[in-house]
Ligand binder design. Structure first.
Ligand code: HGY
Ligand code: MN
Ligand code: MN
Length: 411
């Protein structure tokens, strides 16, 4: 018999940590055998909590509970089940398992809700495999773009072929969409992935909004040459040009109050005694407003073009992802706040999410709100991600109370 308590939720996070393609931290990406095993395991837990488990046409794992009538609206609860490379065991995963536990607890207490429930375990939020993030939640929000079919993963497999290999029909991806269904909103619980709750000595917080993000693939192209024979005056060293951009990203973003990160950089041909002829590097850029983020991007681009011109290099840009900054819906955030208050915190802390979440894609479908849970030292996207069991216990109480607050507002 399941307990649906914090200890069990954390044990389940440990179980899912074994569905990994790598041993140095977790690596579980979209449409892989690890994804399939995770969906199967999570489906068992959904059934066990009284939900009807199923996998949708985009590979998201879902658990449904019908409302009192066939036309009842639905409250969505969820987060993602995929990971970055070298990940910890709570980013996304904790939110899905908390949603399942809350539904199990309500079922065991005989609580009936005035609406249906859909628990969503999104198959891709991180974009690790195909570069484009939020594929699972975009499918549910009816924002699938057919241009994505030709995206390729690191092994060259297209998204289209990966769908088929996973047993999905690319032509049916539209069936994952919930557009047109009566939806109350979406609630997501997630670790903070930053240190603010810990610094404020709080277990929980209510999210005010999610920063908008843009992601780019950047390329500097010069000319490879002999590391000894080619004089400095004649070199077209692409890595020196790229390095100027990398340091400018920090300076320009920091001065403007935005956040920019170059997380990947590859010099070609990549030999110790060859001048780098080409450098491919990434940029992740975030800010509280889209206007600020876009202004910083223009400054970075200007700096890159100048660096390229000064070194006789070519600079090319390809944008992989753009998500607008979003705000939570006041009524749903009030339900999350009421949930936190019910755990004994009279004035819940409010904070902006600097991390991206499925909620930012679901914002195109319906209102959303989020509950943040303290994580140790703000560490995330790292194998040392950690949460306290007592924090998860209070988060479960708050999330359950938030669902009940939404219910109270409906009747
Ligand atoms: O990168 C992000 O903000 C998210 O964790 N995918
Ligand atoms: Mn993440
Ligand atoms: Mn996440």
């Amino acid at each position: 018999m399941s307990a649906f308590d914090a200890a069990e939720v954390l044990e389940r996070c440990d179980v899912l940590a074994t569905h990994t393609a790598a041993n140095d931290g977790i690596e579980r990406t979209y449409l892989t055998p690890e994804h399939a095993r995770t969906n199967w395991t999570v489906g068992e837990w959904m059934d066990d909590a009284g939900l009807t488990a199923w996998q949708d046409a985009a590979g998201n794992q879902r658990g449904s509970l019908p409302g009192p009538t066939s036309g009842s609206p639905v409250l969505l609860l969820g987060s993602h089940l995929d990971t970055v490379p070298g990940a910890g065991r709570y980013d996304g995963i904790l939110g899905v398992l908390m949603a399942i536990a809350v539904m199990g607890r309500l079922r065991d207490r005989g609580v009936t809700l005035p609406f249906g429930i859909e628990v969503l375990g999104f198959g891709d939020e991180e974009g690790t495999r195909f570069g484009r993030t939020l594929l699972g939640s975009c499918a549910v929000a009816g924002r699938w773009d057919d241009a994505w079919w030709s995206l390729r993963g690191p092994n060259g497999v297209t998204l289209h072929d990966a769908f088929r290999a996973f047993g999905l029909d690319p032509d049916s991806v539209g069936e994952a969409s919930m557009v047109g269904q009566p939806i109350i909103g979406y609630l997501e619980a997630h670790i903070e992935q930053g240190p603010l709750l810990q610094d404020a000595d709080r277990a929980l917080g209510v999210v005010e909004g999610i920063m908008g993000a843009r992601r780019f693939e950047l390329r500097m192209t010069g000319e490879a040459g002999h590391a000894g024979g080619m004089p400095y005056g004649r070199r077209r060293d692409a890595l020196l040009g790229a390095s100027e951009v990398v340091t400018a990203v920090e300076e320009l973003a920091r001065d403007a109050g935005a956040i920019g990160t170059v997380g990947r950089l590859q010099a070609h041909p990549g030999a110790m005694n060859v001048i780098p002829g080409r450098v491919d590097f990434s940029l992740d850029l975030r800010a509280e407003t889209d206007g600020l983020r876009d202004r910083v991007w223009r400054e970075i681009e200007e700096k890159a073009l100048k660096a390229a011109a000064a070194r006789n290099l070519a600079f090319d840009v390809s944008e992989l992802h753009a998500a607008r900054a979003t705000s939570v819906a006041a009524a749903l955030a009030a339900a999350v706040e009421a949930g936190i208050r019910s755990t004994g915190d009279p004035e819940p802390m409010r904070l902006m999410s600097k991390a991206g979440h499925d909620a930012m894609a679901i914002a195109d479908l319906c209102d959303y709100a989020m509950l943040f849970i303290r994580c140790k030292d703000g560490i995330s996207h790292h194998r040392d991600e950690a949460v306290r069991e007592d924090d998860v216990a209070v988060a479960l109480d708050a999330f359950e109370a938030a669902v009940l607050a939404v219910a109270a507002a409906q009747v």
